[in-house]
Unconditional design. Structure first.
Length: 282
């Protein structure tokens, strides 16, 4: 979920509550706040805790609220995890430490330390394109032995490695790359941590339901219908296009914080074409 800001760039808690309610009403089982799409690199620790409290207050009785707490500093991540637990989060999302490129043993100890710090279930987040380091399958299998490490958000883009990791780890597996939502279901994923669900939640739910019920043809048809949305929402950084799409629909989102910048008029026009081609009402 994006983090709504006011026109002057402050945290928009009322907007966050409204957006959270809309997303759950649309059919999302849970929301991740303070993730990459929530502009977590540019929100303060205090803002992160405020956002968790606001979203839990708005939808915590009918959807899981998972808080992104991953950084490239294990001690800081533990502080964020404990703050999220105190704020009422139901679970934690922990991204691979970025920039400092730790070895696999460092990743293992990092994720284990976070999982040991609270009583909340933990979802790993494997995205080497941003972090610079993949979580190797052997490391995933080791981490899955921890009683509170229960899931993985896969943005690795490697269906072969995903297949082995799903089979060997037993973790609940979530697609973290919207274009690969359906392919990952086919190798054992159970759901999506999605950016495009800001605008196409019913279609994504229908895709999961069709695939689960064995109607692969219908699931494929939905996937193909959504291809323009998958493409259009990632022509540039996903937060930028998501907030633009929400603005086109009159929903809370607001401006971005630097270094992210708004779409140009030409990019906005292209986004409208892409969304319309995928059946999104603006």
């Amino acid at each position: 979920m994006v983090t709504p800001f006011t026109a002057d760039g402050a945290l928009d808690l009322d907007g966050a509550r409204q957006l959270a309610a809309h997303l759950v009403d649309a059919g999302n089982d849970g929301l991740i706040v303070n993730g990459t799409t929530g502009e977590s690199p540019t929100t303060s620790d205090a803002e992160k805790a405020e956002l968790v409290r606001a979203v839990v207050d708005a939808v915590g009785g009918r959807a899981h609220v998972v808080a992104g707490v991953g950084t490239n500093d294990t001690r800081h991540s533990i502080e964020l995890a404990r703050a999220a637990e105190s704020a009422g989060a139901h679970g934690l999302l922990t991204v691979t430490p970025y920039y400092n490129k730790p070895p696999q043993e460092g990743l293992f100890r990092h994720f284990t330390a976070i999982a040991d710090a609270t009583e909340l279930p933990v979802m790993l987040y494997d995205i080497p394109g941003r972090s610079g380091v993949p979580i190797n399958t052997e490391t995933i299998v080791r981490l899955a032995e921890h009683p509170r490490i229960v899931a993985n958000k896969d943005a690795k883009g490697d269906l072969g490695r995903a297949s082995w990791a799903i089979a060997r780890s037993g973790l609940a597996w979530y697609s973290g790359d919207d274009m690969l939502n359906l392919p990952l279901l086919s190798v054992g994923a159970c759901g999506f941590v999605s950016v495009v669900s800001h605008v196409v939640t019913p279609e994504l739910r229908a895709m999961i339901d069709a695939h689960t019920s064995g109607d692969v043809q219908k699931a494929t048809e939905i996937h193909q219908k959504l291809l323009p949305v998958f493409t259009g929402m990632f022509r540039t950084q996903g937060v930028i296009t998501t907030k633009a799409a929400l603005a086109l629909q009159g929903r809370p989102g607001g401006p971005l914080r630097l270094p992210l910048v708004e779409l140009s008029p030409e990019e906005t026009a292209q986004l409208k074409i892409d969304l319309a081609a995928g059946g999104v009402q603006l």
